[in-house]
Write a protein that binds this ligand. Structure first.
Ligand code: GTP
Ligand code: MG
Length: 198
């Protein structure tokens, strides 16, 4: 899919204030600093569309980006960032879960995980939550440029084992990406394009 336009529409912490248009949307979720905002910039080929930072906790709201005038990418705050206060964590959690449970336009979540790390309980718990709520999702391995190409398959296989051990019968669709190298860009856009067309 060619990206002809990508524009920021609105940031907010209330699902009721998200765009009303009945356009398909895809939300990026995962631990703070995993590379959600960077991946949005990589996919749209816009360096500064979503705000990124070397410090975790940058994205704090639900951010809607309208792509090609007919679908949305949604950037969300990360979970699991130790340094924010308990109160902030609770507020995040509340509006994130509300978003996933109430947003009718949501077609699929993408759960981002850093390819360098073993499966973390916080991710497995979140994936479990999506499953319990019947929310479709895929997994995106990020920062693949940080490990050697030959190690990618091994890391994915290890992740898959942990996921199956946590109760899943099969590995959901997954993508290996690097926002630095633009790895996985075409594959991911193709995946979204196919869903949008059906
Ligand atoms: P929060 O908004 O805090 O939840 O973080 P985020 O998941 O949106 O992460 P963000 O995109 O801001 O990136 C965090 C850091 O990781 C930044 O320093 C990015 O430059 C870096 N980063 C993101 N993706 C990649 C990647 O594919 N490769 C490398 N090497 N660094 C990356
Ligand atoms: Mg972010």
């Amino acid at each position: 899919m060619k990206i002809t336009s990508a524009e920021f529409v609105i940031s907010n912490s209330e699902v009721s204030k998200c765009p009303k248009e009945p356009l398909p949307e895809y939300a990026f979720i995962g631990r703070s600093n995993v590379g959600k905002s960077s991946l949005i910039n990589m996919l749209t080929d816009r360096k500064y569309l979503a705000k990124t930072s070397g410090k975790p906790g940058k994205t704090q709201l639900i951010n809607h980006f309208k792509i090609n005038s007919n679908w949305f990418l949604v950037d969300l705050p990360g979970y699991g960032y130790a340094k924010v206060s308990k109160q902030t964590k609770r507020t995040f959690q509340r509006f994130i879960t509300k978003y996933f449970e109430e947003r009718e336009q949501l077609i699929s979540a993408f759960v981002l995980v850093d390819i360098r790390h073993d499966a973390q309980n916080i991710d497995l718990d979140f994936i479990g939550y999506l499953g319990e709520n019947g929310i479709p999702f895929s997994i995106i391995f990020t920062k693949a440029d940080k490990i050697g190409k030959t190690k990618i398959d091994k890391h994915v296989a290890t992740y898959k084992k942990s996921l199956l051990a946590s109760g899943w019968e099969e590995m959901p669709p997954y993508f290996v990406t690097s926002s630095e190298d633009k790895l996985g860009r075409e594959e991911l856009l193709e995946y979204i394009d196919n869903i949008n067309k059906n």
